[in-house]
Design a protein around this ligand. Structure first.
Ligand code: VTB
Length: 360
């Protein structure tokens, strides 16, 4: 049977992600390009503000009804696009999406001119009966354990499940077995933080290699699910909002992540107990609990090099960006390399409510 114009229209209306997904690439590309002039300048707030301005600017022109359910601000007091804000024109009939974003994951890296920074967004269609399509985890930090599709398949095939309650040594054995490797061939990624001192020491004692990063645990947690990243496991305590963005990517890549809130101190524990109760505080969330249903879209553009994406390259009046766009429904993972001619390129900024040149 051939498609008719009606069937194409109905495909689009039953799956609005198909048409709007490319606007997300435009948004993260523009955020990366607009923040680039702050690279290495020690002004992380200014880089972040430039990225936000560009993302707002793109969505001011897009017909969706997007609500930011995971935004910035809670964690680092930065300028940002906050929880509850609306993105898109909200024109009558626009598709309703929950949006999670981190205009720059790794702002400190940008400020210091270091690798591992991306602009990242995720979205999930909110259906009429749903209160939310994405979960808001109120803790500042969560423990996250992320592994790739081979391990997922091994568990489906009968291997003991991976558990956040297992000692790290036994998790390493399971991951090694699932991947047909020895423990000393495994590479584990985590953030270099004092709170990980014991974890780091035990991973090394077990014989696995560590790749320590300073910041940016979305790319780190996604790495084990990418075929050529050279990373087998991500484990560590990092920002909770980053966990939701990671979950959207994992659903499209077929990997998995376990996440549990990690209160920083007794005061935060008490506040969380009051807010969500003990069961929820101790609950281990899976990606499908964090991003519900089968609508998950994840999009990122590299600002500086990371295991997920190369950073922006500038030469001869051109900027080259590398983005990844993926959706759970199709499981298509697109890598999009774009060449921007800076003499012609303009981006729409919220602050100017107009198209603006990147270079004066
Ligand atoms: C984490 C990590 C982020 O900041 O939130 C980290 O998830 C903050 O941890 O990717 P610290 O408070 O220990 O610095 C990032 O690395 C960047 O936002």
């Amino acid at each position: 049977m051939h498609d008719t114009p009606q069937s194409i229209a109905s495909l689009t209306s039953s799956d609005p992600e198909r048409t709007i997904e490319f606007e997300f690439v435009r948004a993260t590309e523009n955020a990366a390009l607009n923040s680039l002039s702050w690279f290495g300048r020690g002004e992380k707030e200014k880089a972040d503000a430039a990225a936000c301005d560009a993302i707002y600017g793109v969505f001011d022109l897009v017909d969706i009804a997007g609500e930011v359910v995971i935004g910035e601000g809670i964690k680092d007091n930065a300028p940002g696009i906050f929880l509850g804000e609306q993105l898109g024109t909200w024109r009558h009939g626009s598709a309703r999406f929950d949006i999670a974003l981190d205009p720059i994951d790794g702002t400190s890296n940008i400020a210091r001119g270091m690798p591992n920074s991306i602009s990242v967004m995720a979205a999930s269609e909110r259906l009429p009966h749903q209160e939310h399509a994405m979960k808001n985890i109120p803790a500042f930090y969560s423990t996250k354990l992320a592994y790739g599709p081979e391990v997922v398949r091994a568990v489906e095939g009968g291997m003991d499940p991976i558990s956040l309650d297992d000692p790290i040594e036994s998790t390493l054995s399971k991951v090694a077995k699932a991947q047909g490797k020895r423990i000393n061939e495994l590479v584990v990624m985590t953030m270099d933080r004092p709170r990980h001192a014991e974890l780091i020491q035990r991973i090394r004692a077990a014989g696995a290699s560590l790749r320590l990063i300073t910041d940016g645990d979305i790319t780190a947690a996604v790495s084990p699910s990418l075929p050529d990243s050279g990373v087998d496991l991500y484990y560590g305590i990092g920002g909770s909002p980053e966990g939701i963005l990671t979950a959207a990517a994992m659903k499209a890549l077929g990997g998995a992540m376990l996440l549990r809130m990690w209160p920083r101190d007794d005061a935060e524990r008490a506040a969380l107990l009051e807010q969500v109760g003990e069961e929820e505080l101790n609950r281990v969330f899976r990606c499908e609990d964090l991003v519900c249903g089968n609508s998950a879209l994840f999009c990122a553009t590299g600002i500086s090099d990371s295991p997920l994406l190369p950073g922006v390259q500038l030469f001869g009046g051109k900027a080259v960006t590398h983005s990844v766009l993926m959706r759970e429904r199709s499981r298509t993972v697109r890598y999009i390399r774009a060449v921007h001619d800076l003499r012609h390129k303009s981006i729409h900024l919220r602050s100017k409510r107009a198209e603006s040149k990147l270079v004066p």
